[in-house]
Design a protein around this ligand. Structure first.
Ligand code: CP
Ligand code: NVA
Length: 303
């Protein structure tokens, strides 16, 4: 496996499935109260340029359960926030920590950090990708469905970092992925082109009903991601009709499941009744961030 995990394109299908099987084992151990201190005495530096609940808590708790320590750093309170070069910070942190997880705006900055680190670097969300979330999402589907590879998936909403990661997942796993966005909010065409080169089956549409028809897994996310808050009002207008609600869900397969990485704006991109409904696997998805990331850290940081 690559030293770093910055995007799903860093992994083979075999890598993904070995993380799933370690996740299953660690989840069982954690539920049974069986110790699993695979990273005893190790430290993960956690750099955040943006807000977080799930990512921060699941990585920090995950390190604790693995017998190590998660060190929270808000980038604004570090010298990086005052302009210290990324490469210097990366080299220095490599001499103190055993791994780094970073949540950044710029994906290029994350890549520069990883290139200059001697330790594994994990993407905790950048403007381009959110790969740990995708591993947790697909793992959650494996717990609810027989064969996650042979299902049809759709993405309704913004062509953002989550949508880009779903495109990478479609390339890695080979499932059909339909993406419905308003015009002008499509995912990065370069990412689609790369995925298609490796055989991904990605169908783009501006009609959410077309994307939802007979689908097995529905996905959405906020309409204004972190960094786009100023566009909130104009986006609410542009995304009208792109809500996951009970009438859209009726078009899907009868046993379809609904996902959202959270945080959600209830009754904006998804209705409250769908979040709370019997087809929602949203809170399992959130829990699995913990189990999946423990498997990722235990694999990448193994001595
Ligand atoms: N889904 C997710 O990454 O949540 P946070 O922003 O709370 O970390
Ligand atoms: N697309 C969202 C995901 C938050 C977990 C954002 O980048 O803000």
């Amino acid at each position: 496996m690559n030293k770093d995990f910055l995007a799903l394109s860093d992994w083979s299908l075999e890598d993904l499935e070995s993380i799933f099987s370690l996740t299953r084992e660690l989840k069982q151990k954690q539920k049974a109260g069986t110790p699993h201190q695979l990273l005893k005495g190790q430290t993960l530096g956690m750099i955040f340029e943006k807000s977080s609940t799930r990512t921060r808590v699941s990585f920090e708790v995950g390190m604790f359960q693995l017998g190590g320590h998660g060190l929270f750093l808000h980038s604004g309170t570090t010298q990086m926030g005052r302009g210290e070069p990324i490469k210097d910070t990366a080299r220095v942190m490599s001499s103190y920590c055993d791994g780094v997880m970073a949540r950044t705006y710029s994906h290029a900055a994350l890549e520069e950090f990883a290139e200059n680190s001697y330790i594994p670097v994990i993407n905790g969300l950048s403007d381009l990708y959110h790969p740990c979330q995708l591993v947790a999402d697909m793992f959650t589907v494996t717990e609810h469905k027989e064969d996650y590879k042979n299902l049809k998936y759709c993405w309704i909403g913004d062509g953002n970092n989550m949508a880009n990661s779903w495109i990478n997942a479609a390339a890695l796993v080979g499932f059909e992925l339909r993406i419905a966005t308003p015009k002008g909010y499509e995912p990065d065409p370069k990412i689609i082109a790369l995925a298609e080169k490796s055989g991904a089956n990605v169908i783009l549409t501006n009609d959410p009903r077309e994307a939802a028809e007979g689908i097995d897994v529905l996905n959405t996310d906020v309409w204004a991601s972190m960094g786009h808050e100023a566009e909130q009002e104009e986006r609410i207008k542009a995304f009208k009709g792109f809500q996951i609600n009970s009438s859209l869900l009726e078009l899907a397969a009868p046993d379809a499941v609904v996902m959202h990485c959270l945080p959600a704006h209830r009754d904006e991109e998804i209705t409250d009744d769908v979040v709370e409904g019997s087809q929602s696997i949203i809170f399992d998805e959130a829990e699995n961030r913990l189990h999946v990331q423990k498997a990722i850290m235990a694999t990448l940081m193994a001595r």
